[in-house]
Ligand binder design. Structure first.
Ligand SMILES: Cc1cc2nc3c(=O)[nH]c(=O)nc-3n(C[C@H](O)[C@H](O)[C@H](O)COP(=O)(O)OP(=O)(O)OC[C@H]3O[C@@H](n4cnc5c(N)ncnc54)[C@H](O)[C@@H]3O)c2cc1C
Length: 396
């Protein structure tokens, strides 16, 4: 009898796990992907959507079209809850039972963390979902008609720090191209103890390189800072500073999503062992942003550890191997330490970041800037989408 494997989430984690399991188990597994989105979105390109440098169709693939030909069932529905004791998932219209469950639901965005934060009930833009990036692009186009101060950053409790950096550098580059940079004071506010910390305790000389990069572009930096509130047109910082803005984009903190919150830590992130298996439920695995991971250090203003796409793919590949070992009785895979490689856009250039392992002390850590990384980032977007379309999971 083939094992029933249910995967929640159809993004980096969910798709990698599904493809990897199908490739190794073939007909020995019945694999179903459940996703509230009908598409895979290449999230790292969302800042480019916000800038108007990419259209949604250039960075998205329909899940049904890529999963069904591989013999993987796709259910386009939101999981509403998981009953881990009876191994069942509920959606609005059905109950799905499973032998194994893989939670790859990514984050919920917690805009309620700071009054006035966020595009829906607040006054700031965000670029973490396709919808938000498109909305941010509309705000950007209105802004260009009547430019003024821009404030970009990450509030207290953020873990995904990269996108505000990319957005700040991209705005700077675009304004210079349009010859209106002199009309726009840009301020970067972050809860990181210093610029270039990235929630990872920094990477080699990342502090110096980032400080220089912001200074060269005349972007004012306020680090180690929490935000009291956002009001229409103003950011109020905890130290009393008030920053007026015509456009503000801030990263929000994250939690686990509602459907699996009860299986997680107090923030709803799933506690797993070194094989990404749930600490209490042996037939539940979790990969990607949904996983609970402690930050490397306590920072004066709370920050979290980023879980990048590269890390997510690595977790998914390992979890799939462990699942295969459970099902087939093969040797379990060796425990691997998690490393990270990331390409960060810097508008007119880009940077390559490497951390091995992710948490310090490290064997290898570096951040290097150069135009070749911009070309690499553009090529990687195309390569990754090409791979996902064909159900391939190799890392470069
Ligand atoms: C703007 C931005 C830029 C980034 N840039 C980079 C980069 O350059 N390099 C890099 O390595 N990483 C980058 N990252 C991080 C990277 O996007 C994440 O690590 C990656 O998306 C995590 O994959 P995931 O599968 O864990 O979660 P997600 O990609 O968040 O996917 C989770 C999926 O689950 C679905 N889902 C959620 N709840 C339910 C439910 N109840 N039922 C069914 N489906 C559900 C969601 O709709 C979503 O499709 C960036 C992140 C952001 C926000």
């Amino acid at each position: 009898m083939s094992a029933k494997i249910l995967i929640l989430g159809g993004s980096f984690g969910g798709l990698t796990t599904a493809f990897e399991l199908k490739r190794t188990l073939g007909k020995d597994a019945e694999i179903t992907v459940v996703s509230d989105l009908d598409r895979f979105i290449f999230i790292p390109s969302l800042p480019w959507v916000a800038m108007g440098w990419r259209r949604p169709e250039e960075i998205s693939l329909y899940l049904e079209k890529i999963l069904e030909p591989k013999g993987i069932e796709f259910i386009h529905e939101e999981a509403k809850g998981v009953d881990a004791d009876s191994s069942k998932v509920h959606t609005l219209s059905r109950e799905l039972d499973y032998d194994y469950l893989v939670i790859a639901t990514g984050p919920a965005l917690v805009f309620s963390a700071v009054p006035g934060l966020g595009p829906e009930e607040g006054y700031t833009e965000c670029i973490f979902t396709l919808e938000q990036a498109l909305r941010c692009n509309e705000a950007w186009r209105r802004f260009l008609e009547d430019p003024g101060p821009v404030v970009i950053g990450s509030v207290q409790g953020v873990s995904c720090f990269g996108p505000p950096y990319e957005y700040a550098f991209e705005i700077d580059a675009e304004l210079r191209k349009r010859k209106i940079r002199h009309k726009v004071p840009i301020t970067f506010v972050t809860s990181e103890p210093y610029i270039g910390h990235f929630g990872m305790g920094g990477l080699a000389n990342s502090k110096r390189i980032m400080e220089d990069s912001f200074a060269e572009r005349e972007i004012q930096v306020i680090a180690n800072m929490a935000v009291e509130e956002f009001t229409p047109g103003e950011v109020r910082l905890k130290d009393g500073t008030k920053l007026p803005f015509k456009l503000a984009m801030f990263a929000p903190p994250m939690s686990g999503v509602q459907a699996v919150f009860h299986l997680g830590n107090p923030k709803g992130f799933i506690p797993v062992d070194e094989h990404y298996r749930h600490k209490d439920y042996k037939n539940i695995f979790s990969v990607g942003v949904a996983v609970a991971m402690a930050p490397p250090e306590q920072t004066p203003i709370p920050t979290g550890l980023p879980k990048t796409g590269y890390m997510t793919v690595k977790m998914a590949k390992h979890a799939a191997k462990m699942l295969v070992s459970d099902i087939t009785g093969k040797e379990p895979p060796d425990v691997e330490s998690l490393d990270a490689i990331c390409l960060m856009d810097m508008g007119d250039t880009a940077a390559m970041m490497k951390a091995d392992p992710v948490l310090p002390p490290r064997q290898e850590a570096e951040l290097k800037a150069g135009i070749q990384y911009k070309w690499l980032k553009t090529a990687f977007e195309k390569y990754f989408l090409w791979k996902i379309k064909r159900g391939l999971t190799q890392l470069p």
